[in-house]
Design a protein around this ligand. Structure first.
Ligand code: ZN
Length: 240
């Protein structure tokens, strides 16, 4: 099984609680921690609530306290409202799948972006996860197509190129007509390793390979940025 790391973003709702909860978690394995929390709740407030707490703790960024708060919130809901949440989870699992071409989330065999004739098919933006496609789409500034790798190369976690959907990407490049591949993997060690690997693989095909820029966050303050971010921003400067 591939372990997935979810980073907690400071400033996110429950950020402080979640970080505190994560610190405590180092004492117990996640499964034991969940079981313990659920058992305790079950003892005091009943098995159903205990199970609900355990279920919420399976979600990323949700610790014991948040899980308890959510479980009590569900308990306080109207029956139809709670049933709606349960049904939404089932619908999500039953009706969604990955696009056979780009691995985007879709309810059909091929996703809306791949089906859209107006999109620029000569440009493919490569991302790590399908959820990244949604973020890029929200910018409205890219009219090409996408390809989600379903992860990133990480030798420490035992994830090599063969574990990713790189074959699918290369298949898409084969017929020709692709002018540019934009690599939008994360600016992390894993993301950088993946970007480098891909560029070495794609460049010999005569296709332009570009990497998204690094820089300071919009509306941010240079004073609070870390040195490597400032360094990358400086390297990526452009003429005005
Ligand atoms: Zn697609």
């Amino acid at each position: 099984m591939r372990a997935k790391n979810y980073e907690l973003k400071p400033g996110a709702q429950d950020g402080i609680t979640a970080v505190k909860e994560q610190d405590q978690s180092t004492r117990l394995s996640p499964a034991r921690r969940q079981g313990k929390a659920g058992a305790q709740v079950a003892e005091v407030s009943g098995k159903a609530l205990g199970r609900m707490v355990e279920a919420f703790m399976k979600l990323p960024g949700i610790g014991r306290k948040s899980a308890e708060r959510l479980a009590f919130a569900v308990l306080g809901m109207q029956r139809e409202e709670a049933a709606g949440i349960a049904q939404a989870i089932l619908d999500l699992k039953n009706n969604t799948r990955y696009c056979t071409r780009c691995n985007n989330i879709t309810e059909d065999e091929v996703c809306v972006i791949c089906r859209d004739e107006k999109r620029d098919r000569s440009r493919i933006c490569v991302v790590e996860e399908p959820s990244n496609i949604l973020i890029l789409e929200k910018t409205g500034s890219f009219r090409g197509c996408y390809h989600a790798l379903m992860g990133a190369i990480s030798p420490l976690d035992g994830i090599g190129p063969d574990d990713l959907r790189i074959d699918g990407l290369m298949e898409r490049l084969k017929p020709g007509g692709i002018k540019e591949v934009i690599i939008a993997t994360n600016p992390t060690v894993k993301g950088e390793t993946t970007a480098l690997y891909l560029s070495q693989l794609i460049k010999p095909l005569g296709i332009a390979v570009s990497r998204i820029a690094y820089g300071l966050p919009v509306g941010g303050d240079i004073e609070y940025a870390d040195e490597s971010t400032v360094q990358r921003a400086l390297e990526g400067r452009r003429e005005m």
